[in-house]
Design a protein around this ligand. Structure first.
Ligand code: ATP
Length: 232
């Protein structure tokens, strides 16, 4: 579904992504693992068309989306849930969900799908986004991406800053999404949670993919995790 071929990404003169090649199948959850500053967010930004400069090729369902505008990429079925749950704090839950809609005629069915997944959002439609708990805000961020009916979700650090009990809630939500045939890239440092959810994983270091394998193999390779992810 998504293919990156030798992608190089830059912020001004800083060459951050170096020959990144990766693939996501139509029903796959792929973890993109790496330490702080390894290039996970930059990879998401490159896919979404918000990096100042990019070289190489990115295709989605066979369409070349390299260098396209973010809204075109969104229309091509890729939605991004940025790190730190960037919801609109001053807007209500309902207004936040509205922001994700690409087709008003689908409003009712798209909203219903989100409410089936996260009933609490329906109960709190009028509440201001910023007053929701961290876990609820993550659900709202996922819901806002979901109303666009994406084929692929880029989920950046979904567990960051959450209490352990909320980590489980968010992991459940991600698992439910994959049952709906939505493919995902989970960019994360929290290896255990991401590997439990993922089918395959890539490890990125200094902007380069240094390892690729199925999630179970990486999960059981302590030496590899210590080397690249600092997991003891
Ligand atoms: P984290 O887990 O800390 O979010 P990450 O793996 O997502 O890390 P990135 O945010 O992609 O890492 O950062 C990769 C590199 O790009 C880092 O060296 C970072 O300093 C650099 N970088 C990120 N944003 C910019 C920017 N706007 N301008 C210049 N350099 C940047």
């Amino acid at each position: 579904m998504l293919k990156l071929r030798s992608v190089n990404g830059y912020y001004d003169k800083s060459h951050i992504l170096k020959d990144v090649s990766l693939e996501v199948g139509s029903d796959e959850i792929v973890a993109l693992l790496g330490r702080n500053g390894a290039g996970k967010t930059t990879t998401c930004r490159g896919i979404m068309g918000v990096l100042p400069r990019i070289e190489g090729q990115i295709t989605m369902n066979g369409t070349d989306i390299t260098g396209q505008s973010p809204d075109k990429i969104y229309q091509n079925g890729i939605a991004w849930i940025p790190e730190r749950r960037r919801i609109f704090a001053n807007l209500s839950v309902e207004e936040n969900l509205e922001m994700g809609l690409t087709d008003q005629s689908q409003r009712k069915s798209r909203f219903q799908e989100v409410f089936d997944l996260f009933p609490r959002l329906e109960e709190r439609l009028d509440q201001q986004g910023g007053t929701m708990s961290g876990g609820e805000q993550q659900m709202l961020a996922i819901g806002r991406a979901l109303v666009a009916d994406p084929d692929l979700l880029l989920v950046d650090e979904p567990f960051e800053g959450l209490m352990p009990s909320l980590v489980d809630d968010v992991a459940d939500a991600v698992a439910k999404l994959s049952e709906k045939d939505i493919a995902m890239i989970l960019a994360d440092q929290k290896t255990d949670e991401a590997l439990e959810l993922a089918d395959r994983a890539y490890i990125i270091e200094n902007g380069q993919i240094v390892h690729e394998d199925d999630a179970d193999s990486i999960g059981s390779d302590q030496e590899l995790q210590e080397k690249y992810l600092g997991v003891q």
